[in-house]
Design a protein around this ligand. Structure first.
Ligand SMILES: NC(=O)c1ccc[n+]([C@@H]2O[C@H](COP(=O)([O-])OP(=O)(O)OC[C@H]3O[C@@H](n4cnc5c(N)ncnc54)[C@H](OP(=O)(O)O)[C@@H]3O)[C@@H](O)[C@H]2O)c1
Length: 289
């Protein structure tokens, strides 16, 4: 049976761009949140995620370094769920942390969410559509090994596309500024798959509160992959001079190393509901994409 529960205390391992935004959102709905940082946190201090500052005299942030097992004892004993935001590698440390800490949470059928990356998918044809069933790349020492291990133990892997938006730590990730810096020049005819930080937070909260996604992987993106070319034009920016031929493709070697793919979010859309609107960086209708 699928259960809707309301988590009351959540551990967020890694309070970076997404983790800090998730913490702020959970806290605003009354959830008690514990975050981790690699930097040593003075006893009795907390990171105020709304303001991105560390304040004295409250609880909430603890030091945790995956490679430093001494810091693992700082993790709270009793939580209703865990969100793991850092890359799940190396596998040996992920396994050890599972045995030392995560297994008891998973054994109690509490949610453990691990953030992955869409670079996990093996793409055989340029512009191929990719969903959760697409074959994965097999790379040694990759984060995917850790994600697969935790998924087998019952964790849910949220497979994130390129993250954009404004985080609660005050950082901005803006596709427009990526183009202004020239990131698109060698990728103009490739697809960009994006996920707004607010949608990642909402998807995470949804999965945290529902039990039926244990052991699954779910793509998190807006479901509207767009060519860098169309995004550039959508922002009213000039295309780079050397790539104005719409039929031009990237050199084969580059295509093989970072092939163009289109990520489907069909599963996530069904989880969030058909009326849920994901944020898109430019309106696809205005670009003719
Ligand atoms: N950027 C993208 O477009 C993109 C796309 C797909 C997937 N992802 C993945 O999505 C996840 C969330 O992204 P994000 O942008 O929120 O990441 P982020 O801002 O880099 O935050 C990662 C957090 O993990 C912590 N961390 C990193 N290594 C650690 C270690 N060895 N031990 C303990 N803590 C560690 C960092 O701690 P400190 O605060 O102490 O530095 C930070 O709080 C990441 O796994 C990222 O790789 C990113």
């Amino acid at each position: 049976m699928n259960t809707v529960m309301k988590v009351q205390k959540v551990l967020i391992i890694g309070a970076g761009f997404v983790g800090s935004s998730l913490a702020a959102s959970l806290q605003s709905s009354g959830v008690q949140v514990c975050c981790t940082r690699r930097q040593k946190v003075e006893e009795g201090t907390v990171q105020n995620v709304e303001e991105g500052t560390v304040q004295k005299g409250e609880e909430g942030t603890v030091q945790f370094v995956l490679e430093d097992e001494e810091t693992w004892r700082n993790l709270p004993k009793e939580v209703d769920g865990v969100v793991w935001t850092l890359p799940a590698k190396p596998l040996s440390q992920v396994q050890r942390l599972h045995d030392a800490y995560l297994h008891s949470i998973l054994d109690e059928k509490k949610p453990v969410i691990v953030y992955g990356s869409t670079s996990r998918y093996q793409v055989d044809e340029a512009h191929q559509w990719v969903d959760e069933k697409t074959k994965k790349t097999q790379k040694e020492d990759s984060r995917e090994e850790g994600e697969d291990f935790l998924q087998e133990k019952g964790a849910t892997v949220l497979v994130l596309a390129g993250i954009w938006g404004e985080s609660k730590s005050g950082q901005l990730r803006s596709p427009k500024s990526w183009i202004e810096k020239g990131y698109h020049i060698n990728s103009i005819n490739k697809y960009l798959n994006l996920a707004h930080v607010d949608d990642i937070v909402k998807a995470t909260e949804e999965v945290l509160n529902r039990s039926e996604f244990r052991g699954q992987a779910i793509n998190v993106c807006d479901g509207n992959p767009m060519l860098w070319r169309d995004i550039t034009l959508g922002f009213g920016l000039e295309l780079p001079a050397t790539t104005q031929d719409p039929n031009a493709t990237a050199p084969t070697s580059r295509l093989l190393s970072r092939p163009s793919k289109r990520i489907s979010n069909g599963l996530l859309q069904s989880i969030m509901g058909k009326d849920y609107k994901f944020k898109t960086v430019v309106d696809p209708d205005t670009t003719g994409a």
